[in-house]
Design a protein around this ligand. Structure first.
Ligand code: DX5
Ligand code: ZN
Length: 217
């Protein structure tokens, strides 16, 4: 299904109220819920581990899309399967054996995603397409929400050509807002992650505001 989907990143939500934040964005039309896992090593920031992700699960009625910005990945795959991830995405830059990692993610019963940092070419996934359900094109250097969008539309178009009619999602992550969303959608992306653009206004629980922000994107 390549229809456009919005995946709010709860990295920009109120960390003391994840349950309410997830329910509010889903009530307002979020298609997927994006969970950013950071280890303070692969990226210079720390967020949630598998126990936290497992606690989010009962609140997520749609797809729980877990983006691992960690290295190594393989020792934690079972833990994120147990936590209830539907899609588990690992970075191609996270280690020498991404092929094995994608096999292990599918082997654990999840959809397998592969993410590309802005400096990594589309060709890095050329030999992974039969093992991949989603390619995540980073449009910021990962680690923090609220960064400026880096134009990767040429990379998105290359990926579309490589993917052809395979059932693989193209997800965009970083700096997606009402201005940049149409650019990446036109280039061929179908899953748009958005953190600060959806949770604008911080910790106030105003589902109407989230909804307006989601619909703008
Ligand atoms: C960046 C994360 C993103 C981030 C997006 O490292 O992977 O998911 O939360 O946030 P915005 O939409 O604010 O750029
Ligand atoms: Zn992300």
């Amino acid at each position: 299904d390549r229809t456009l989907k919005i995946a709010p990143s709860i990295l920009s939500a109120d960390f003391a109220n994840f349950g309410q934040e997830i329910q509010a964005i889903e009530a307002q039309g979020a298609d997927w819920v994006h969970v950013d896992v950071m280890d303070g090593h692969f990226v210079p920031n720390l967020t949630f581990g598998p126990a936290a992700v497992k606690a989010f699960r009962p609140h997520v009625k749609t797809v729980m899309d877990v983006h691992l910005m960690i290295a190594p990945v393989d020792p934690y795959i079972e833990a994120y399967a147990d936590a209830g991830a539907d899609v588990l995405t690992a970075h191609v830059e996270a280690g020498p054996h991404i092929h094995r990692t994608l096999q292990a993610i599918r082997g654990a019963g999840m959809k397998a995603g592969v993410a590309l940092n802005p400096g990594t070419p589309a060709e890095a996934v050329a030999h992974l397409l039969d093992l991949t359900d989603l390619v995540c094109v980073m449009t910021v250097n990962p680690g923090f929400g609220g960064q400026k969008f880096i134009d990767m539309t040429a990379k998105i178009r290359s990926l579309c050509d490589m993917i052809g009619d395979r059932p693989i999602h193209i997800e965009i992550d970083g700096g997606v807002d009402p201005t940049t969303a149409p650019l990446v959608a036109a280039a061929g992306a179908d899953v748009l992650v958005a953190g600060s653009a959806v949770f604008r206004g911080g910790s106030v629980h105003t589902a109407e505001v989230y909804g307006d922000n989601i619909r703008k994107i």
